[in-house]
Structures are given as structure tokens and as C-alpha cells.
Design a protein around this ligand. Structure first.
Ligand SMILES: [Zn+2]
Length: 367
């Protein structure tokens, strides 16, 4: 890759003042609206990844919660087949287009793409992939509402230790950023009552392991409800000692949707092109799960309990705000791509950043 218009690329990727952090789904690049020193000062005050919210300013808590929220999206992408497919397909279109320029791809090409956009057919492809997130299923549930409601709950339960169901209901009334951040949870409450608080992460993850999460989610809730003809055989939910699932209802749902199942991200990956970032992370966390270093079962049922540990493993490139005139810190964690040289890692991240900027411009035109 020859010289590139980095100033323009980073201007495109700069976050608006009211956005604390943002995960670019296409590339996995996490943009953080703080400078490197501010972020590491905050992290250095953690105790095993846990911060006591009362010791933080409201901006610090917002930054921390938003980074957790956005990192939850990364975990959703690398654990569920639906979201992994969306992310890989979004990348594949733009990635293949950029690769078609060959090794001479440089400043003029990037400027032309940023100014004129990607070809119309590719734009249409991106639009149709994104539309899958907003198809309305029963009870007005969309895949996006499952993804966002789940990430919002994870951010709150991670950083407000011992958060109760009642307190979370209050937070939804006063702090919820938009309807999609609670809609799927509200539907779960409608079917499952108080149990929704502990069952929602599992139901959200399982429905995101199907082709059409929005069509599946409500029937999952309905069938799994204990009131709905318990068979007498229950499975308990790890980490959620007071909640159990009617096994008969659960199996009926699985049977009914078997044609819709994609499975986990690792299972989906077998039939998809490789992604330069996510595929490595999928493989990495599956190895850790196999070796017992982390538990994906536990993550799926109670993500807030082990998110911090998984974030350490799901090492993601992070872009911080400029703290001096010419410094744009990009952190590539040491454990990511351990077999690559530093220069090869940097080259890979530079490629992802270019794609993130092109995608950002595309997204603005699509929506
Ligand atoms: Zn989100």
C-alpha cells in the first residue's frame, strides 16, 4: 500500500462529541473518544476489571460503559453465526473491491472512493446486508433490537454490580438511548415476567445463532416460559441459580427452527470467506474455551459475569483521540496476531482502517 491520505481518513473516523466509543462492525476497529492517557488512567484504577461506579465522574462512567457496550458487539460478532455472517459479508464486499486495485492502491484511489463512493452494485449489496438487521418479526422485534438490547443490558450489569431487575427497569426508563436498546428485552418480559432479567442474554444469543433472529426470538420466549406447559424436565442456567428452563419447551423450539440454525460464529465461519480480524478471534476464543481458560457457555448465559476476561482475550485494535499535534495513537494489543512481525501487524491494521473509513462513508450514504 503506497502513501495514503491519513489526515482525511482519520477525519472521517473521528467521533462526534456525544459518542464515547464506536465499534466498526465491518473491520472490528474500536474507536474511543478519549486520548490514550485518559483511557489508561481510567483502566489503571480498576480492580480486576471492575470499577466502582460511584468513584467515577459521569463522563468516565459513560466512557467505560460505552466501551463495554461496543466490545459486547465484538463478542456478539465472534460468538454468534448471524452477526458473524453480517460482519464478514459487509467486509467481503468492500475488501474485495479494494483488493481489486492491486498493490498500486494509493492516495488517489482512496480519495476517489471517498469522494465518489463505492460502485452502485456494491452499495446495493451493503444495503441489503444491513436491511437484515431491521426486518420486523413478531412483536416488532428486529435483529438490531436483539443485538442492542443485549449489549445495553451487558453494559449495565457489568458496571453496576449486583444490579437488580427493578433497578434495571428504572434505568431503561431514564437512560435508554433509543427504543431498539430495550425492545427485545421488553418482549422477553412480556412472555417471561421476572425471569426475563436472567434469561434474556441466553435467548438473545441463541436467536442470533439463527438466520432470522427476529422471527425466532418471540417463539423462544413463549416456549421457554415455565408457565407454558412445563414437561417436568428442566435445565438450569449456569450463573443464574434461580432460573431454569423447561427442557421440553426448549427442545420443541429447537426442533421447529432447525432449518434456520446457523450455529455459533465458529460454525458459520466454515462456510464463509475469512475475515482479516474476526476469524482469528473466533479461532482464539474457541481454543481458550476448549482448554477451559474461558467458558463460552457461561458467557452466553451471563455475559456480564465474564465480559472483562473475554475482552482481554478478544484483543481489538483501538484508535484513540490525538493527544498532541501529530500523534494518533492506535493500540494493537500484543497478543493479537502473535506470529506476525510488528510491521506486518501495523500494515494489517492500516488496511482495516482504510476499509473502516470507506465503510463509514458508505454507511452515511446507505442510511
Ligand atoms: Zn450498540
Amino acid at each position: 500500500m503506497s502513501s495514503l491520505p491519513w489526515k482525511i481518513i482519520f477525519e472521517i473516523l473521528a467521533l462526534p462529541p456525544d459518542t464515547a466509543a464506536y465499534l466498526d462492525w465491518t473491520t472490528g476497529i474500536l474507536r474511543i473518544n478519549a486520548n490514550y492517557e485518559q483511557w489508561f488512567d481510567l483502566i489503571s484504577r480498576t480492580d480486576g476489571g471492575i470499577l466502582v461506579p460511584t468513584t467515577l465522574s459521569s463522563q468516565e462512567l459513560d466512557l467505560l460503559e460505552t466501551v463495554t457496550h461496543e466490545s459486547t458487539h465484538l463478542l456478539q460478532i465472534v460468538t454468534t453465526g448471524f452477526l458473524y455472517s453480517v460482519a464478514v459479508e459487509l467486509y467481503a464486499g468492500i475488501g474485495t473491491y479494494v483488493e481489486s486495485f492491486g498493490s498500486s492502491f494509493g492516495e488517489d484511489d482512496v480519495l476517489a472512493i471517498l469522494e465518489h463512493g463505492i460502485p452502485a452494485a456494491l452499495m446495493e449489496e451493503i444495503r441489503s446486508i444491513l436491511l437484515r438487521l431491521d426486518v420486523c418479526g413478531p412483536d416488532n422485534v428486529t435483529a438490531r433490537s436483539i443485538v442492542e438490547s443485549s449489549a445495553f443490558m451487558a453494559q449495565k450489569r457489568t458496571h453496576h454490580l449486583g444490579l437488580s431487575r427493578q433497578k434495571y427497569a428504572q434505568m431503561l426508563e431514564t437512560q435508554c438511548p433509543g427504543p431498539e436498546y430495550r425492545r427485545a428485552y421488553d418482549v422477553a418480559v412480556q412472555y417471561l415476567g421476572d425471569d426475563a432479567f436472567d434469561l434474556f442474554p441466553l435467548l438473545a444469543s441463541l436467536s442470533l445463532c439463527t438466520r432470522r433472529p427476529e422471527q425466532i426470538f418471540s417463539s423462544f420466549c413463549e416456549q421457554i416460559s415455565k408457565e407454558n406447559g412445563p414437561s417436568g424436565a428442566y435445565i438450569s442456567v449456569p450463573g443464574q441459580s434461580e432460573v431454569s428452563i423447561d427442557l421440553g419447551g426448549f427442545l420443541r423450539v429447537l426442533n421447529a427452527i432447525s432449518a434456520e440454525l446457523i450455529g455459533s460464529a465458529a460454525q458459520a465461519a466454515a462456510n464463509l470467506p475469512e475475515h482479516p480480524f474476526y476469524t482469528d478471534i473466533v479461532n482464539q476464543i474457541n481454543l481458550l474455551n476448549r482448554d477451559g481458560a474461558i467458558s463460552l457457555d457461561r458467557y452466553i448465559t451471563a455475559p456480564h459475569e465474564i465480559q472483562e476476561r473475554l475482552f482481554e482475550e478478544c484483543l481489538r485494535p483501538m484508535i484513540f483521540n490525538r493527544s498532541g499535534e501529530h500523534i494518533r495513537p492506535i493500540v494493537i494489543p500484543g497478543g493479537l496476531w502473535p506470529t506476525l512481525s510488528k510491521e506486518a501487524q501495523a500494515e494489517k491494521v492500516r488496511g482495516l482502517i482504510v476499509i473502516a473509513a470507506i465503510y463509514s462513508k458508505t454507511l452515511a450514504k446507505v442510511s
